[in-house]
Every structure is written in structure tokens, then in C-alpha cells.
Write a protein that binds this ligand. Structure first.
Ligand code: AP5
Ligand code: MG
Ligand code: ZN
Length: 217
């Protein structure tokens, strides 16, 4: 099964992709995570991308398409994947379609997380992650079970993203409206779009996504 999770910054794409990947044994492919890893590793692409990401702008189609094209060739993607944060432009969607066609694979569903834009900033500024294992948390909505201790690995070090500032968030939202939101119409027209209410609790959203997938298969 190959899926896309579509939604603006803070919609919950990463949160749901991670849970879905565990439940369905699919690989989570987050272009944001991959670019951040490249930046951390200090590669040329990573350093260039970081400057763009920190401002909240989109990295070039050329770079992200190449990253995804190489990644889905890996054997672990053969059983299926969840794209989290890709495609983000109509050009990227066209490139993905070609990649899948060449590999004789198909897109099973595009899941749109419908959200109340006014509440996204609160989600984004409250977000943090374990510095060791990357598990995501939120100051209000997803706290570790023990205070300041990661549920997964026990680390007490946490970090926040450099692009989770108020200025970068405004630019990220604009980029979403300008470049990514047309994908909703695009996939609706193709008949693959399925929408769920992303303002419900994390567990309810996960349940609703399962409901949508059950209807599909
Ligand atoms: P990326 O990393 O993809 O960031 P984003 O799209 O801005 O999305 P976020 O990761 O901020 O939000 P999310 O939807 O994953 O929400 P999350 O689950 O964390 O991209 C970063 C940058 O990389 C881009 O700006 C761009 O520069 C570049 N880039 C990446 N892909 C690209 C591409 N294809 N093309 C060009 N450039 C690209 O949830 C947010 C918070 O809310 C968390 O704390 C979570 O715990 C909490 N939460 C989640 N769900 C709920 C819920 N239901 N109720 C309450 N709280 C919730
Ligand atoms: Mg994310
Ligand atoms: Zn951890």
C-alpha cells in the first residue's frame, strides 16, 4: 500500500505517518526529516536546504524529487510507503506519478488532514522531539509519561526545530496555500483524495484514517 498524507504545517502528518507505518508495516518517508538529517550530516544538499527551510520556504523540486526517487528504490520500500510532506507542488506530484508508473506501482490513497488553520500555530510552537530517538511530543497534547523523560528511549534531552519560529511558520503557511493546497483539487479530480478531520484527538484521527483505508481495500 502506498499512501500520501497531505496537510499544512502542524496538521499531524508526521504523527499519523509514524503510527500508520507501525500498524501497517509501511516505510514512513518524510522529506522534511530526510532534509534535516542531511543538514545534520553536513552534506552539500543538506546545508543548502537548511538555509531555505529555516526561512520556511520550499526546497527546490529537483532536490526533493531526487531524494524520493532514490529512497523508494530501496528494498524496504517494496511493501509500501507513506509519503509525509511529499509531494508539495504540482511538479512534485507529476514526478511521483511518473516514478510510480515506471515501477508499475500505484497510489492507494491520498489522505488529507483537514484542520483549523487558526490552531496550527499552537500545535507547532508547542512541538518538541527527543534529541536521541526523534520521538515527537507536544507541551500540551502529547507529553512524555514521566516528566522530561522520553517514553521510548529514556533520554532526557529534547530539541525544537529551527523552523518552528513564528516568522518561519507564517512563511510555511503561505508556501502551503500557494504551492501545496492545489494538490487537494488535483487528487480529488483523480479520485484518490480521502479527507479526515485532523482537529480530533491524535487517537481519533488515527481511527478515522483506518476507517478511510478500510473502505478503500
Ligand atoms: P516538514 O518537516 O514536512 O514540515 P511541515 O510540512 O511544515 O509539517 P510539520 O512537520 O511542521 O507538521 P506535521 O504535519 O508533520 O505535524 P506533526 O505531526 O509534527 O517540512 C519542513 C521543511 O522542509 C519545509 O518547510 C520545506 O522547507 C522543506 N521540505 C520538506 N518537504 C519538502 C518538499 N516535498 N518540497 C519542498 N520542500 C520541502 O504535529 C505537530 C504537533 O502537533 C506535534 O507536537 C504533535 O504532537 C501535535 N499533534 C499532532 N496531531 C495532533 C492532534 N490530532 N491533536 C493535538 N495535537 C496534535
Ligand atoms: Mg512533520
Ligand atoms: Zn527518545
Amino acid at each position: 500500500m502506498n499512501l500520501i498524507l497531505l496537510g499544512p504545517p502542524g496538521a499531524g502528518k508526521g504523527t499519523q505517518a509514524k503510527e500508520l507505518s507501525v500498524r501497517h508495516k509501511l516505510v514512513q518517508l518524510s522529506t522534511g526529516d530526510m532534509l534535516r538529517a542531511a543538514a545534520k550530516a553536513g552534506t552539500k544538499v543538506g546545508i543548502e536546504a537548511k538555509a531555505v527551510m529555516d526561512k520556511g520556504e520550499l526546497v527546490s523540486d529537483e532536490i526533493v524529487v531526487k531524494i524520493i526517487a532514490e529512497r523508494i528504490e530501496q528494498p524496504d520500500c517494496a511493501e509500501g510507503f507513506i509519503l509525509d510532506g511529499f509531494p508539495r507542488t504540482l511538479n512534485q506530484a507529476a514526478a511521483l506519478e511518473k516514478m510510480l508508473k515506471d515501477k508499475k506501482r500505484k497510489l492507494n490513497a491520498v489522505i488529507e488532514l483537514k484542520v483549523d488553520y487558526n490552531r496550527l500555530v499552537e500545535r507547532i510552537v508547542g512541538r518538541y522531539a527527543c534529541a536521541k530517538c526523534g520521538e515527537g511530543y507536544h507541551d500540551r497534547f502529547k507529553r512524555p509519561k514521566a516528566r522530561k523523560v522520553c517514553d521510548i528511549c529514556g533520554s532526557t534531552e529534547f530539541s525544537r526545530r529551527d523552523d518552528d519560529t513564528a516568522e518561519a511558520v507564517t512563511t510555511r503557511m503561505l508556501a502551503y496555500y500557494r504551492d501545496t493546497s492545489p494538490l487537494i483539487g488535483y487528487y480529488f479530480a483523480k479520485g484518490t483524495l480521502r479527507s479526515v478531520d485532523g482537529m480530533e484527538t491524535i487517537d481519533k484521527v488515527a481511527k478515522d484514517i483506518e476507517g478511510v483505508l478500510a473502505v478503500r481495500s
